[in-house]
Design a protein. Structure first.
Length: 557
């Protein structure tokens, strides 16, 4: 059949939207292109417009006769699935330009035939898109597909599965900007991908979380890289930034049977969470005890909301004492959980609640209950002292923290001088800034702040210099055993830390004072305030009220 007849038939089919004979169109493609002096037709497909902006997509050459040409027509179509399809038609260089009628026909042809023809390939591409996320990383679906395939082929045994989370990546972004930050993340990912090669697979698990499967032969290299690597972010200057990760590893045994991908995921996520929380170990290998720990964590997180609702958490008060006069000068509110007939101590549940944001609810609950006790004491007209409440570092991300605290204190109508907020030291710059903002805000609102457990973490003198604390609480591990111990580094440090606090106008209180000898050592170093078992353990409210009424302890001078 004459080509022109075919083409006319095709156009009329298109016009009447009848089913088109694509095989024929494909076969006659070169004739159609010759007719319109077309050198090349390119179809670009993107998962969505965001990917289009980034240029992450697929380029399909529908036709190319090898002659040089320039773009004469370009159309952009957005599908129902928000996929973007761009078709570009190249006119052979030097060929006669299209007449208006020709241009219209080509455009019509392109909008319909080309897109229809590419549909098969677009479907393929769409399938492939399903394995990438918006930023062009292989996604979790891809991981599942590969790990399932390895399991089906019995190739999982002997491999290592890893979950990792980039540490402080927000800090990387804030230091070099988001765009360079994304580039660094890509580059870090690509390097790991190269390291594992064809022995495995790596994909992004969302945000700065990744999962991978790799052969044991490259495990050491991968772990070495993940625990810290310098990534170049400016090729011109060679400027680099350190990137490291909290890593959870599961060495898959030879006889391992995977029923579900979750069997492996649970293990590597709990291991990497353990690495993240530990702060000391960057890499944690999964063990069975860990799963037991995880189920404990999940149990606590599960029953917490009801426990809070049922007021199972109670405030205990530990007096703070002036060691020269025996007078009770304040108290620290410490949480006790009355659950199923036993008292659960903070060490068992605070770290668990700190894995999420539940701790924030508990802290506000504690503050509210302390305020209610204070209100009662104030109304009764007896002896009332300032009470300190512990706030987890998890609150630092809350930019409305100050308003939340003030809302609770003011709702209970408590004069601000009766409230003290205890916060612990911080390790990152971002936290430092948040901490400074919080403490300064509280300061302006007339609420005291104390730096808790001073000396335990990585205390920096900046923390004391730059943040307007009122109180320094020196950790129990720093307290000298007795007044005669002078040579040990701890004692020397205690002496100077107290001196520094005093010189800077900070109140200084020693925590965990258990013996009379320690009290003598405190006196010798001019640390006037103490809190510890020597005076009292944290007390239920009724007992603490008795102490308040007495007002002081009998002390040995
Ligand atoms: P912390 O704020 O440093 O509280 C002092 C801890 O030392 C308390 O432990 C207290 O019972 C204990 N302690 C007091 N005197 C002595 C002593 O003479 N010797 C010894 N060995 N220990 C003493 P507790 O009540 O088990 O609380 C542990 C930690 O849990 C607290 O340390 C605090 O960081 C956290 N915590 C307690 N309640 C809360 C709360 O409501 N919110 C938050 N965010 N954290 C809390
Ligand atoms: Mg405390
Ligand atoms: Mg403390």
């Amino acid at each position: 059949m004459d080509f022109h007849v075919i083409f006319e038939k095709m156009l009329s089919e298109l016009n009447s939207m009848k089913k088109i004979d694509f095989q024929l169109v494909e076969k006659e493609m070169s004739s159609i292109c010759d007719m319109f002096r077309i050198s090349k037709i390119v179809t670009k497909t993107y998962q969505n417009s965001k990917c289009e902006e980034k240029g992450v997509g697929d380029v399909l050459i529908s036709y190319d006769n090898g002659k040089s040409g320039s773009i004469a027509l370009s159309t952009r179509i957005v599908t129902d699935m928000m996929n973007v399809i761009i078709c570009e038609v190249f006119l052979i260089d030097g060929a006669e330009p299209w007449t208006a009628e020709e241009a219209e026909t080509v455009s019509f042809f392109l909008d319909t035939v080309t897109v229809y023809m590419s549909r098969n390939r677009i479907d393929e591409a769409a399938k492939r898109f399903a394995f990438y996320d918006d930023d062009g990383y292989h996604n979790f679906r891809y991981f599942i597909r590969n790990i399932q395939r390895a399991a089906d082929e019995e190739k999982l045994g002997g491999k290592a599965a890893i979950h990792f989370n980039l540490k402080h990546f927000a800090l990387v972004n804030s230091r070099i900007g988001r765009n360079l930050g994304s580039m660094v993340m890509h580059s870090f990912f690509n390097t790991v991908e190269e390291m594992i090669g064809s022995s495995g697979v790596i994909c992004r698990f969302g945000g700065d979380n990744f999962v991978l499967l790799c052969g044991r032969e490259c495990l050491n290299d991968v772990l070495g890289y993940l625990s810290g690597a310098a990534v170049v972010y400016d090729v011109k200057t060679g400027d680099r930034i350190m990137v490291s990760a909290s890593v959870g590893v599961f060495l898959i045994p030879d006889d391992f049977v995977m029923n579900d991908v979750g069997d492996i995921l649970d293990k590597i996520i709990s291991a990497s969470t353990a690495a993240k929380i530990s702060g000391k170990q960057n890499i944690v290998f999964y063990s069975d005890e860990m799963l037991a720990e995880k189920s404990k964590v999940m149990r606590i997180q599960h029953i917490f909301p009801d426990a809070l609702e049922n007021e199972e958490f109670r405030v205990f008060y530990q007096p703070k004492v002036n060691i020269n006069t025996g007078e009770i000068v304040g108290a620290e509110a410490l949480c006790r959980w009355f659950h199923e007939g036993r008292i659960v101590f903070p060490a068992e549940f605070i770290p668990v609640l700190e894995q999420g944001l539940e701790i924030c609810r508990l802290d506000f609950y504690m503050l509210d209950h302390v305020c209610k006790d204070l209100r009662r004491w104030l109304d009764e007209g007896g002896n009332v002292v300032r009470v300190s409440v512990n706030l987890s570092r998890k609150h630092m991300v809350d930019i409305d923290l100050l308003e939340h605290i003030l809302e609770i204190v003011d709702r209970n109508n408590i004069p601000h001088e009766y409230i003290e907020i205890e916060l612990t030291e911080t390790t990152t710059d971002v936290e430092f800034r948040d901490l400074k903002r919080t403490v300064s805000g509280l300061q302006q609102a007339g609420i005291c702040t104390s730096v808790d457990d001073f000396g335990m973490g990585y205390s920096s003198l900046n923390l004391i210099k730059e943040i307007p604390w009122n109180v320094m609480k020196v950790d129990k591990n720093f307290i000298p055993d007795d007044e005669n111990s002078e040579k040990c580094a701890n004692d020397i440090m205690f002496h100077y830390v107290v001196g520094m606090a005093r010189a800077m106008g900070l109140e200084c209180i020693a925590e965990g004072v258990e013996t009379q000898a320690q009290v003598r050592a405190l006196r010798k170093n001019k640390c006037d305030l103490a809190q510890g078992f020597l005076f009292d353990k944290p007390l239920p409210v009724e007992e603490f009220e008795q102490r308040l009424r007495a007002g002081r302890y009998d002390i040995e001078i």
